[in-house]
Write a protein that binds this ligand. Structure first.
Ligand code: FAD
Length: 403
């Protein structure tokens, strides 16, 4: 009987196995996951779960019975350590091995850590990737304590928002000249800086971290490159992630900003596919890697369908979201090559529209689901509205859509 083994029991791995059964695959499926828990949602780790608003059982993507009912074997707490692509065998850390016909790498990403020389190994220093990280952090999040956030990207800002809401004293340090510098325009950064400042978060931009300071192996604060000293009881480090490609590297798979796959999820080795955060795929003549739940699901499902013979190439429809305080940010499209931003304000719900020339690339919509929906429809249809009309809130959003 054909055996499909998926490494990585996260969003993409779970979506892939479910889709495979939906499409009628009747062979064996094994989902191997390093973490000791069934597949769960990661976004609430820096949102509702960290806030204490979301119980553990709501984190799981499916009830345990789902996998049993579909005859999907879960191997949890099992780390894959090596692949032998010629023998089509996978080695696990416990010394056992698994033979496969098709192997799917869905290993996600690893957070970038501060080097030990800068205090990255100190007690009280956390990254945010796993449930176990969030649980350890929860014990530190007590009102009145001082949290340092290193990195002003979305994960760092979300952690700051939760901690400030829980009554902690929060200081965020960003070494770039402004927060969100890799992912958003200055207009969006300005808007979120003002939001956090209103909630009492102190933000230092253009402030390099020289090192975390310590006493008896536990963080006491930070020293900045300009000589300033900050006190902190604990720290969250959100300075980016890297695709988890270690396993693939040992097998000679082509790596190019993640495991390089074609439009059908196939890697450079026959019988090995890759999906989700860990994979880069063809996109407009180049390669793209996305780190988002919608992509993990769509990529997994498209790759499962391709494996079952559907024959349709994967075409990403990038979108993303972030929750901070009472603000839902929704992002449609990718802004990488923008040269101008139009700001629109619909009754206190702003949206920032990124253009390259007259071509609409993406939109950041703050508490404006309508702006998001209109932008998403335009971008997916490859159409661009008149920038003058975009900037004018007296022109209804719907009127930006082609007639
Ligand atoms: P993952 O969900 O990370 O799953 C990979 C799994 O593989 C992990 O469980 C890992 O333990 C396992 N694994 C790795 N190596 C091995 C091995 N050798 N053996 C066995 N198992 C292994 N996205 C959004 O769209 N919106 C958001 O608001 C958002 N917020 C986020 C907040 C946080 C705190 C984090 C961490 C992520 C957030 N994301 C968000 C990103 C989103 O969660 C990821 O893009 C998505 O989970 C990717 O799915 P994946 O299956 O590729 O990887």
């Amino acid at each position: 009987m054909t055996h499909i083994v998926v490494i990585g029991a996260g969003q993409a791995g779970a979506s892939f196995t479910a889709k495979l059964r939906d499409l009628g695959f009747d062979g064996r499926i094994t989902l191997v996951g390093e973490e000791p828990v069934p597949p769960y949602q990661r976004p609430p780790l820096s949102k509702g779960y960290m806030l204490g608003n979301m119980a553990l059982d709501r984190m799981f993507l499916r009830p345990a019975a789902f996998y049993a009912d579909r005859d999907i074997t879960l191997r949890l707490g099992a780390r894959a350590i090596a692949i032998d692509p010629d023998a089509r065998t996978l080695m696990l850390a416990d010394g056992s091995s698994l033979a496969y016909d098709t192997l799917v790498l869905a290993t996600g990403s690893d957070p970038v850590r501060l080097p030990a020389a800068m205090g990255g190994d100190l007690a009280g220093v956390y990254t945010m990737r796993r449930l176990s990280d969030a649980d350890a952090l929860a014990a530190e999040c007590v009102a009145g304590r001082r949290m340092l956030v290193v990195g002003g990207g979305y994960i760092g800002l979300e952690a700051a928002a939760v901690a400030a809401t829980r009554g902690l004293e929060v200081t965020l340090v960003e070494q770039a000249p402004r927060i969100l510098s890799r992912v958003a325009a200055a207009q969006t950064a300005d808007w979120f800086r003002a939001l956090h400042t209103r909630h009492g978060v102190t933000i230092h931009e253009g402030a390099g971290l020289a090192a975390l300071t310590q006493n008896a192996g536990r963080i006491t604060g930070a020293r900045l490159t300009d000589g300033r000293a900050l006190a902190a009881d604990f720290a969250v480090v959100g300075i980016g992630i890297r695709p988890a490609t270690q396993l693939a590297q040992g097998t000679g798979l082509m790596i190019d900003n993640g495991i390089a796959v074609d439009a059908f999820g196939r890697s450079s080795q026959p019988g090995i596919l890759a999906i989700g955060d860990c994979a880069s795929f063809p996109w407009r003549g180049a390669r793209l890697r996305l780190e988002s739940v919608p992509h993990a699901i769509d990529h997994a499902e498209a790759t499962a369908a391709a494996l079952m013979g559907a024959g349709a190439p994967y075409i990403a429809k990038p979108w993303f979201w972030s929750d901070q305080y009472d603000v839902k940010l929704q992002i449609a499209g990718l802004n990488a090559t923008y040269d101008g931003v139009i700001v629109r304000n619909d009754a206190g719900a702003p949206s920032h529209w990124y253009f390259a020339g007259r071509d609409l690339l993406s939109v950041d919509a703050m508490n404006s689901p309508r702006a998001y929906m209109v932008a998403k429809r335009l971008i997916e249809a490859g159409q661009s509205p008149d920038p003058v009309a975009v900037a004018d809130p007296s022109v209804p959003l719907k009127a930006l859509l082609p007639g």
